[in-house]
Design a protein around this ligand. Structure first.
Ligand SMILES: Cc1ncc(COP(=O)(O)O)c(C=O)c1O
Length: 479
């Protein structure tokens, strides 16, 4: 072996970060999703991000932006949380024997133990995955195999990911179009409609009812009795009650799991996003041993489901560190307290601004819904909505970003709902600054609602898109 001291690596990541930040857009334009590059440019969201810390992103000019999207909920602990990083560094130093595949390692076992310790009683077995969608795919397979039934029932507006199985239970046509045929046996009910669920389950052929406790698209909170009664209906008909807490889990709604708001005991529970500690993709399916053993029922079937990276040590370490930090820093309680404060500060906006129809939230999962103003403004609103649905919500998102350096996003295609998922470590001052910026942006948007329709549309387009990209559709949440 050559004994000379090692030179720099031929691809040196540290050097790349130091010298090539200015090429970011060009590289994406050339090799990645160039339509996204266009959209970001058209809206003026095309910053070059070079750093991140806590609830802030930092651009190449050194400007800090308050990140209220939190990577679609990945950054529950904030960006680059030191406590998680320290534990990851220790695992790297240890040089563990990750992924022997024909063999077992310790950290995934301890992670499963910690997850089960925090979950309600019927859940006592874990399957580790790499993402939210992979957790959903696994849940569909587990439910079908464990019950011997074909059908999955899900909700309108549901979002469970974009892989083909997850897409088959996605309640938003704009994501499904062009990708069919999707999985057979997947049927939709309105979110909150117990009669519709009762009708579907009565056929006794439904493997699972899959539902988000609070829907991410639009931040819809179900009627109080919906989830407990849905669970009861599932029990009665031998259907597995599957909760997708990929977004709502890990303190997001002010409880460790959103299911705690209703005392639910699901048969399947799906996690991902914030479980990663913001560093390493990871997901988990928690199931009852009865369901689990219904799938992995013989030695031959020990590999009935899984994936190459499912049990990797670094992901398990990130998840363990994330669970630890949630406890150690009291972030679940903090989410509840700041969530209550946010509602208290924003509810008056409904009275102060004609355009605001509702604010709603649970913990630090929060949304504001715009609607047509009273009087003449209503016709203007309807005209703009017909021409470009959801455009008016961008009247807030764009100035929040450009003027106030606050990153938010429209909560779904064609929705006039703006949603935030702030890191749970966000400071009270930052939260108050957001409310003040929102209030100012609403004041500025008000005259648009009262202008004549054509003028409003023109003003909105100029405000949002400038003259550069009239055809660019403003992006809505995609994950
Ligand atoms: C509730 C829910 N389930 C599943 C997913 C899919 O997760 P991923 O993007 O990691 O595949 C998401 C993503 O936003 C989600 O919000």
């Amino acid at each position: 072996m050559d004994q000379s001291p090692p030179g720099p690596p031929s691809i040196d990541v540290a050097e790349i970060l130091r010298t090539r930040a200015g090429e970011t857009t060009a590289l994406h334009e050339r090799y990645l999703n160039r339509q996204m590059v266009r959209v970001l440019g058209a809206l003026g969201f095309d910053r070059t991000w070079v750093g991140a810390e806590g609830a802030h992103l930092i651009d190449d000019a050194g400007e800090r932006y308050l990140d209220l999207l939190g990577g679609f909920g990945v950054y529950g602990l904030g960006r680059n949380p030191p406590a998680v990083r320290a534990q990851l560094e220790r695992v790297l130093e240890a040089g563990t024997a990750s992924l022997p595949q024909i063999g077992l390692t310790l950290l995934p076992g301890v992670l499963a133990e910690e997850l089960i310790r925090r979950a309600p009683a019927p859940l006592d077995a874990v399957l580790l995955t790499n993402s939210g969608a992979e957790s959903v795919e696994g849940a569909i397979k587990l439910a079908r195999a464990a019950t011997g039934r074909p059908r999955i029932v899900y909700c309108e507006s549901a979002f469970h990911g974009l892989t083909l199985g997850a897409l088959s239970v996605n309640g938003n046509a704009e994501f499904r179009d062009r990708f069919g045929p999707l999985l057979p046996g997947c049927d939709q009910i309105p979110f909150g409609d117990l009669d519709a669920l009762r009708r579907e389950l009565a056929r006794d052929d439904v493997a699972a009812f899959l539902v988000e406790p609070v829907q991410g698209k639009g931040v819809h909170i179900p009627p109080p009795s919906f989830l407990p009664e849905a669970q009861e209906l599932c029990r009665r008909h031998g259907t597995l009650f599957a909760l997708d807490e990929v977004q709502t889990g890990l303190g997001r709604t002010g409880r460790f799991l959103a299911l705690e708001h209703w005392g639910l005991e699901p048969d399947l529970l799906l996690l991902s996003k914030a479980l990663s500690g913001g560093y390493v993709p990871v997901g988990a399916i928690l199931a009852s041993r009865r369901v689990f053993d219904g799938v992995f029922d013989t030695m031959e079937r020990s590999v009935a489901h899984g994936s190459t990276f499912g049990q990797n040590d670094l992901a398990a370490a990130a998840a363990l560190a994330a669970l630890s930090e949630l406890d150690d820093a009291g972030l679940v309680k903090r989410s509840r307290r700041l969530g209550d404060l946010l509602l208290e500060l924003t509810r008056p906006l409904v009275v102060r601004h004609e355009l605001v129809h509702e604010v709603r939230g649970m913990g630090l999962m929060w949304a504001i819904e715009l609607g047509p103003p009273a009087g003449g403004g209503r016709r203007t609103w309807e005209f703009v909505e017909r021409r470009q649905p959801g455009l008016l919500a961008q009247l807030l998102v764009v100035p929040l970003f450009r003027r106030h350096r606050i990153l938010t996003q429209v909560a779904g295609h064609h929705l006039n709902v703006i949603k935030i998922l702030p890191p749970l470590v966000i400071s009270e001052d930052d939260l108050r600054a957001f409310v003040s910026a929102l209030d100012q942006s609403l004041h500025r948007a008000a005259p648009l609602g009262r202008a004549t329709a054509g003028l409003t549309l023109g003003m909105a387009r100029r405000t949002l898109l400038g003259s550069r990209a009239r055809s660019a559709a403003p992006p809505a949440e995609t994950a």
